[in-house]
Every structure is written in C-alpha cells, then in structure tokens.
Design a protein around this ligand. Sequence first.
Ligand code: 5RP
Length: 219
Amino acid sequence: MDADAKKKAAARAALDYVEDGMTVGVGTGSTVNHFIAALKDRRHRIAGAVSSSEASTRLLAESGIEVKSLNDTGDLALYVDGADEATRHLALIKGGGGALTREKIVAAASRRFVCIVDDTKLVDVLGRFPLPVEVIPMARSLVARKLAGMGGQPVLRQGFRTDNGNEILDVHNLKITDPVALEEKIGLLVGVVEVGLFARRGADVLLVAGDGGVRKLTR
Ligand code: 5RP
C-alpha cells in the first residue's frame, strides 16, 4: 500500500468517531483532505465543522459542509487531524502545512483528538521532522537566536506566510526527548505565536495505517 492509500485508510477509520449531530473539528493536510472527502457523504448527518485553516475551510465548503466559528460553537466533542510525526505516547509534531496555531486552538477546544497518520510517521523520538515554530515577523531573528541556543538549527520557511500573517521557522536537528518541557520552553519565548509540538495536549487516539490495516493507539 502506498503512503496516500494509508492516509486514506486512516482517514476513513476516523469516521467511526463521528456521531450524528456533531460539529466536527477538522485539521489540515493531505490526510485530512481524505477525511473531508469521507465526511462529505455524512454531511446531512452532522451539524457542521470548525476548520483549522483557510485551505480546509475551502474544501469543507466545496463539500457542502457548513463551516462554523469556534467562537459560536463552544467546546467540540471531536477533533480530527494529521501529524508530521507521532510517538507511541501520542505526542506529535505538527505544522508541516503551517496551520499549527489554529490546529492547536481547535485541539485545545476539543474533548477528543483523533490523530490520523500513516505508519512512516511513527517514531521513537520526535525531531527528525524539523519542528515548525510560528513567529511574529519582527521577532524572527530574535527567536531564531534563542532556538539556536537550545541546540536547534532554525531555517526560515521561504516565501511562506501563515493564515495569521506570520512566518515559520523550521527547527532542524532537535532530539526531543522531553516534548512537554520543550513545548513549554519554546512557547514562552517572546515573539513565538505557537510551536508545533503537541505534547501537553497530544492526541487521545492515534490511528496508524500500515500494510496490515489501521492500528489504534490510545493514551
Ligand atoms: C498541517 C499539519 C498536518 O497535519 C501535517 O503536516 C500532516 O500533513 P499530511 O497529512 O499532508 O501528511 O500539521 O499544519
């Protein structure tokens, strides 16, 4: 099975968590795009969706799914999103698509976070995938120096602005043995909007698609 078929399998498995009448939190990325495609068939049975990016908002709207504001819905029962890396303890690196801040907001507002990945994303230690950090543009160099002081190699994502109008530093060469501590440490740097570590609030369910089917890992 190729990577895209695995993403599709993980996305379809997430449908088991969607209940009638729900407003579903929806993440961003190619795996989530498969989830939105699957959700389209259920569009008359759900109340709508809260989106984590302009790209997902467009796709949801094209699929006939009403996109609601998180300020109107209150807390959500379910959030479904992909990840760039995941551990067996359900800590994640996210933000490869640059939507980490809104993703973290929707995850924080949701009672259950179901993360959908293919098995190439499962790692023992986070950090092989460069860690995305969203920064206020005028603080880019300041934050980069602090991240270098932590042992990372920050690289500005060229020609990219987030949906919030900010920039992304992708931090290479971090071996993240304590993701909760690093999430807190980077999150406290002045000028950082969000860091793509999802460890304090990691996933509740990780659906990992491989050649043998979809495996479910829980906290
Ligand atoms: C976007 C994300 C995505 O969830 C992550 O990049 C995974 O993407 P894909 O499903 O395309 O592999 O965090 O900000």
